[in-house]
Design a binder for this molecule. Structure first.
Ligand SMILES: [Zn+2]
Length: 312
């Protein structure tokens, strides 16, 4: 049974960074955001983290053969139809129930089946004990709760809502499309509401019995070795001090990975600076900072974030 670490949280919370570092541990295979694999890779043949086009990457070619006898056999229309039917944030209360109506359960299992086949094949092709899916979406994590045949563990990555809000206002190009496309942007008010909803959804998932380990982006960067040791423990992965040698003082040395989709950081090879991005403390306008602080106040406090942050 494939052991799956699902990295969850609202986008711009640092999930890609956590995934890249986890991917350097022995016996871990980081897959990127599988939620986007169907459209961006299977259909649009975008770039893998290794730099090759998806169809030309030998790792993903083997995974596709093992999982589906070739990617050409995946009905992407069907995957999208199922996603629209079951994987929406507004469906989370239904997915969090003790039982699902039979028709919904069948759709949920069929949709989850596409993911579990990828996880299982990736574990076999890589020989890794743990595969990492950094899809982030809380609704997908709730769907996977109903999947059979995988050992699902969820890492819930939380970042200060004001840092997340600031990040969503910035323009970022998507290099996998050769710069012709930009990543989505949200207003601070919108991202504050999403922050509450997605973080609450992971709390709910934990109350439904799924193993969920919450980590704060800021703490992860303050002590990456300690955080990785704790996550390896959560994944029941034995690691030694030497396995963490790629993490230096303020940087990490990354090898080539096969992340299928996600943040541009998935292409980074070599030295990656490990610096906490707190530009928002200076750059997020007061009015927006107060708005996000008010909307997200109760959960920011619950996660241990100070509501008054002064410029250093
Ligand atoms: Zn690749």
């Amino acid at each position: 049974m494939a052991r799956v670490l699902f990295l969850g949280g609202l986008g711009r919370s640092g999930t890609t960074l956590v995934e890249r570092l986890l991917g350097e541990l022995p016996s871990v295979c980081a897959l990127g955001e599988i939620v986007h694999l169907w459209q961006r890779d299977v259909r649009d043949n975008e770039r893998c983290g290794c730099g090759a086009r998806f169809a030309a990457c030998t790792f993903w070619k083997r995974v596709g053969e093992l999982a589906f006898h070739g990617w050409a056999n995946v009905d992407v229309e069907r995957v999208h139809a199922l996603r629209d039917a079951v994987e929406r944030t507004r469906f989370i209360p239904r997915l969090a129930a003790d039982r699902l109506p039979r028709e919904l359960l069948l759709q949920v299992r069929e949709y989850a089946g596409f993911y579990t086949r990828v996880y299982t094949a990736a574990a076999e092709v890589s020989g890794a004990q743990v595969v990492v899916d950094s899809s982030k979406h809380s609704a997908l994590a709730h769907v996977l709760r109903w999947a059979g045949g995988i050992d699902l563990r969820v890492v819930h990555v939380v970042r200060d809502a004001r840092g997340v809000a600031y990040s969503w206002t910035k323009t970022v190009a998507r290099p996998e499309t050769d710069g012709s496309d930009e990543m989505t942007r949200y207003s601070p008010g919108r991202s504050a509401l999403l922050w509450n909803a997605h973080n609450a959804a992971f709390g709910l998932l934990a109350r439904r019995g799924v193993p969920v380990r919450r980590i704060r982006y800021e703490q992860f960067l303050a002590d990456p070795r300690g955080a990785l040791t704790s996550l390896a423990d959560f994944a029941e992965l034995p690691i030694s001090e030497a396995d963490l040698a790629f993490v230096g003082d303020g940087h990490a040395d990354l090898g080539v990975g096969h992340s299928a989709a996600g943040n541009p950081m998935r292409f980074t090879v070599g030295r990656l600076p490990l610096r906490r991005d707190d530009a928002w403390v200076r750059a997020l306008p007061d009015k927006q900072r107060r708005l996000v602080g008010t909307v997200c106040g109760p959960m920011l406090r619950a996660y241990g974030y100070p509501l008054n942050v002064k410029e250093a």
